[in-house]
Design a binder for this molecule. Structure first.
Ligand SMILES: *Cc1c(COP(=O)(O)O)cnc(C)c1O
Length: 232
C-alpha cells in the first residue's frame, strides 16, 4: 500500500516527533540520525528517500542489497542491518559502509579477513539481544559482549562504532523501554572499555518505538514503515 503522502512529507513528521522526544529528554535533536530502512522497497522508493535528503540507508539482506544498489560512490551510506552469514562476509567490503548486526566474534573475524584481503576498512556495530526473544539475533550476555569488544579492538580492518538492538515487538511500552535502557547502560559501560572517541553510535528504535528509543538515548533510529508505508 502506497502512503498518501510521499517520503518527504513523512520525514518531516518523523523529524517533528524526534524533536519532541529529544526535547522531553533534554537532548539535542541534531544528535539523532534517521536511517531509511529499504528492505522490500523498489529502486524508485529508494530514490525518493534519497531525494528527500536521507543519507543513510539500511538493508537486511546482502543479496537483496546487491541487486538494488550500485557499487562505488552513491552519495549516501549503505548499512547492513540483518544477520550476516559468515560465508557472505566477502560481499561486504567496498559495498556496505557498516554492518550493524555483528552477533558473533567469528563473524567479525571473517569480516576482518575479507577486509584485509581487499584492503578496505568497514565500520561495525555489535547487535545485542535485549529482548530475550529467541527469534532475535545478538549477544545475549554482558560477558560475551565484553569479550567481543576486546577482540574486535585488536582487529585492524574493522572499526567498532557502537551497539544496536531490536526491542521486543510488544504493546508493553515498559518492556520496550527496558530493552533500550539496558542497551544504553551496556553502551556506557563499553565506552569505558573501547576507544570512546570512535565508539559513539547507539542504533535503536524502529517505526513503532523510535520515540521511546530517542528518550532512552538513541543516536540513530532505523525507520521503514513510518517513512514508506506498510511493507508489501
Ligand atoms: C525492518 C527493520 C527496521 C525498520 O522497521 P519498521 O518497523 O518498518 O520501521 C529496523 N531495523 C531492522 C533491523 C529491521 O529489520
Amino acid at each position: 500500500m502506497k502512503p498518501v503522502n510521499g517520503v518527504k512529507v513523512h520525514l518531516e513528521e518523523v523529524k517533528r516527533r524526534i524533536n519532541d522526544a529529544a526535547t522531553r529528554a533534554g537532548r539535542d535533536p541534531a544528535s539523532i540520525e534517521v536511517m531509511a530502512v529499504t528492505k522490500t522497497r523498489s529502486e524508485e522508493e529508494i530514490r525518493e528517500a534519497v531525494d528527500a535528503g536521507l543519507v543513510l540507508i539500511g538493508e537486511n539482506r546482502v543479496q537483496e542489497a546487491m541487486a538494488k544498489f550500485p557499487k562505488g560512490d552513491r552519495g549516501y551510506r549503505l548499512h547492513l542491518i540483518g544477520h550476516l552469514q559468515r560465508n557472505k562476509a566477502r560481499f561486504v567490503p567496498g559495498f556496505f559502509d557498516c554492518v550493524e548486526s555483528i552477533d558473533k566474534i567469528e563473524t567479525a573475524a571473517a569480516l576482518e579477513r575479507q577486509c584485509k584481503e581487499m584492503g578496505t576498512e568497514v565500520d561495525v556495530l555489535l547487535e545485542v539481544n535485549t529482548s530475550g526473544e529467541q527469534s532475535k539475533s545478538g549477544f545475549t550476555s554482558a560477558n560475551k559482549l565484553k569479550e567481543a569488544i576486546d577482540r574486535i579492538g585488536e582487529m585492524d580492518w574493522i572499526r567498532l562504532k557502537g551497539l544496536m538492538t531490536i526491542a521486543p515487538f510488544s504493546e508493553d511500552t515498559a518492556a520496550v523501554r527496558r530493552s533500550f535502557s539496558s542497551l544504553r547502560s551496556m553502551f556506557e559501560e563499553a565506552r569505558r572499555r573501547a576507544d570512546a572517541g570512535e565508539f559513539v553510535t547507539l542504533s535503536m528504535g524502529m517505526s513503532s518505538d523510535f520515540e521511546i528509543a530517542v528518550e532512552e538515548g538513541a543516536t540513530r533510529v532505523r525507520l521503514g514503515t513510518v517513512l514508506f508505508g506498510e511493507r508489501p
